[in-house]
Design a protein around this ligand. Structure first.
Ligand code: APR
Ligand code: PHB
Length: 404
């Protein structure tokens, strides 16, 4: 057994773990990351990349913003289309200046990994059997296997940044945590292609054939999604079938601008809302997907992870720089207030923009009545400026709550 030591043990090298690690290191707070898979595997995951200003500012504070600021695209607006008619949500004007940055999560992750490697901090990739011990005491430790060796890592705190399937959340005894969950009765079929995007801004489309999203990674790479039944299979969708269906769901005015081409990647993702309360147990904190999942319709997954990181980072700075341990107990409350807001917005956007007519609903409304209510809701919000402002304020993200 090899004994090692750090101040903050971070489980998981996704965006949450890497961003936290970089911020802490910049403040001279020592940390070690333990990751189950390889760095290449982490970078192979294709995920949304709409960054709120709060997230972008954190990346800047971590000193890793070079490529994000030069290559990321500033989006001042986003479109929502209903039955092929387009409404623009003018994010910048409606919020008094806020925008979002479109920069792939893969790119951010790569930048963070490169910065970590350059600064010489330790990451144990391809680790097995990670287990958290004594997290409610002043001397927690983590055990894991790496390269045929068994490790015992002593630390002051554990940051559980190990995603939805990680081990950290399960360290909280079942009678001390509550989990909230909703699984939606459809999935998103995603397609990535080296074709110019249909428009310079994202288009969220509600059509009678179901939801579609037109997104992008750059001026030459597009990302599109179609709502499909959960029972559907990727093999059922040739590239041609995908493009034909997409054309039927996007606004009429945009159809002529759709450039099609071979897919680089195609996959179906289920949609889930999930929250674990509380988000801390003794000296262990859950961060990002380890504690909460949102359906992707509001582009909030990565951004909620970022606000957790911001809160934990500020707490760690207080602990190590001002010797204030009282602030530790604020973590879960602050994180969860913002998480629940993001959960509600993502759930609402999902309800507004998807077709539920043939799907079972888990409330006491039949699906046709639900559809009428949502149709009325869409008109109410999209047809007037105050409604669009309410969407814009939430899309760009609420301000981060400060520590007391
Ligand atoms: N030990 C070590 N690492 C683990 C373990 C384990 N037992 N289990 C999981 N991991 C690793 C995963 O391999 C993954 O690399 O933890 C990492 C978690 O990363 P993410 O799932 O990307 O979660 P997070 O960093 O919180 O990022 C949140 O990613 O899923 C999206 O929408 C989400 O954009 C949001 C962002
Ligand atoms: C994406 O580009 O993958 C993307 C963008 C916005 C979303 C979801 C996914 O809301």
């Amino acid at each position: 057994m090899k004994k090692i030591k750090t101040q903050v043990a971070i489980i998981g090298a996704g965006p949450s773990g890497l961003l936290l690690g970089q911020l802490l290191a910049k403040q001279g707070i020592d940390n070690i990351i333990i990751e189950r898979v390889s760095g290449e595997y982490v970078l192979g995951r294709i995920r949304a990349g709409i960054l709120e200003q709060g997230f972008a500012d954190l990346v800047r504070e971590a000193g890793v913003a070079g490529r994000m600021d030069s290559e990321g695209q500033v989006h001042e607006g986003v479109a929502i289309a209903v039955d092929r008619k387009k409404y623009r949500i003018d994010l910048k004007n409606l919020t008094g200046g806020d925008v979002v940055i479109c920069y792939g999560q893969t790119e951010i992750t790569k930048d963070l990994m490169d910065a970590r490697a350059a600064s010489g901090q330790t990451t144990y990739y391809e680790s097995d059997d990670t287990a958290l011990h004594d997290v409610t005491t002043d001397s927690p430790y983590v055990t894991f296997k790496n390269g045929g060796e068994e490790y015992h890592l002593d630390c002051d705190f554990v940051a559980g940044c190990d995603g939805f399937h990680g081990v950290s959340r399960k360290t909280i005894p079942e009678d001390k945590r509550t989990e909230f969950e909703r699984v939606y009765p459809f999935g998103w079929l995603g397609l990535l292609s080296d074709t110019p995007p249909i428009d310079h801004e994202l288009i969220y489309c509600k059509s009678e054939r179901g939801f579609a999203l037109c997104s992008m990674r750059s001026n030459t790479r597009s990302r599109y999604y179609l709502q499909v039944p959960l029972s559907d299979k990727v093999e059922n969708w040739s590239d041609d079938a995908f493009w034909e269906e997409l054309k039927k769901r996007v606004p009429d005015e945009d159809v002529p601008n759709l450039v099609t081409g071979p897919s680089i990647e195609k996959s179906i993702a289920p949609l889930r809302s999930f929250v674990c309360e509380p988000m801390q147990y003794g000296n262990m904190f859950l961060v990002g997907d380890a504690a909460h999942i949102v359906p992707p319709t509001g582009a909030k997954g990565l951004n909620l992870a970022a606000s957790d990181v911001a809160t934990l980072y500020r707490i760690m700075c207080r602990v190590y720089q001002e010797n204030d341990r009282d602030c530790i107990s604020q973590y879960s409350g602050i994180a969860l207030r913002r998480v629940w807001h993001g959960e509600r917005f993502s759930w609402w956007m999902t309800n507004m923009l998807h077709d539920f007519v043939d799907a079972a609903l888990d409330n006491d409304l039949d699906s046709k009545t639900f559809d009428r209510f949502m149709s009325s809701e869409r008109n109410f919000f999209l047809e007037n400026e105050e409604g669009r402002r309410v969407i814009a304020m939430q899309y760009v993200g609420l301000p981060y709550e400060q520590l007391k």
